[in-house]
Design a protein around this ligand. Structure first.
Ligand code: HEC
Length: 151
C-alpha cells in the first residue's frame, strides 16, 4: 500500500514537471508579449551599436561592449516563445515559423551564435572587427525576418 502510494505520488510529480515544461507560458498572449519585448530590446541595443559602426556616434568601447553583451544575452531568451501553436495570429510572425520549426530554430541558433561572437569581439575593442561582426549579425537577423516575419 505504502509502495503504491509512493508510485502514485511520484507519477503526479513527473506529470506536473512535464506540464511545466510543455507550457512555459500560461497564456498565448504572454508568449507573444515575451518575444516581442525581447525583440524590441534586441533592436534597441543592436541599433545603438549600429550608430557607432556607421559613424553617427563616437566609438566608446565600453558602451559598445555593454550593448553587445546585452544583445547576446537577449538573443538567448525568446525562441521558445515563437513556438507556441496559434501564436502567429494577429502578430508579425508568419505561420511558416511553426510549420517549418526546424528552419526557424536553425535561424535562431545561428543568430544566437553570431551575437555571442559579437559580444566577444566587442569586448576586445577593435572597431573594424566590431563593424565586420555587426554585419554578420545583421545578416542573421535578416535571414530569419525574410522567411518568418511579415504580414
Ligand atoms: C529566428 C528568427 C529571428 C531572428 C534570428 C531575429 N528575429 Fe527579430 N523578429 C522575428 C519575428 C518572427 C518577429 C515578429 C514577432 C511578432 O510579431 O510576434 C520579430 C520582430 C522583431 C522586431 C519588432 C519587435 C516589436 O516591437 O514587436 C525587432 C525590432 C526585431 N525583430 C529585431 C531583430 C534583430 C535586431 C535581430 C538580430 C540581432 C533579430 N530580430 C533576430 C524573428 C527573428
Amino acid at each position: 500500500m505504502k509502495r503504491l502510494l509512493i508510485v502514485v505520488v511520484c507519477g503526479v510529480c513527473v506529470a506536473s514537471l512535464l506540464g511545466v515544461a510543455a507550457a512555459q507560458f500560461a497564456r498565448t498572449e504572454d508568449a507573444v508579449r515575451y518575444r516581442q519585448s525581447t525583440m524590441f530590446l534586441i533592436g534597441q541595443h543592436f541599433g545603438r551599436i549600429g550608430e557607432v559602426v556607421q559613424g553617427r556616434k563616437d566609438f566608446e568601447p565600453a558602451a559598445v561592449a555593454k550593448n553587445a553583451d546585452l544583445v547576446a544575452t537577449f538573443a538567448r531568451l525568446p525562441w521558445d516563445a515563437f513556438m507556441v501553436p496559434g501564436s502567429d495570429s494577429g502578430t508579425q510572425m508568419r505561420g511558416a515559423a511553426l510549420s517549418d520549426s526546424d528552419g526557424f530554430k536553425a535561424a535562431a541558433a545561428n543568430s544566437e551564435k553570431e551575437t555571442a561572437k559579437l559580444a566577444e569581439v566587442a569586448a576586445a575593442g577593435n572597431l573594424d572587427a566590431i563593424r565586420a561582426q555587426f554585419g554578420v549579425v545583421g545578416q542573421s537577423c535578416k535571414a530569419c525576418h525574410d522567411k518568418y516575419r511579415g504580414r
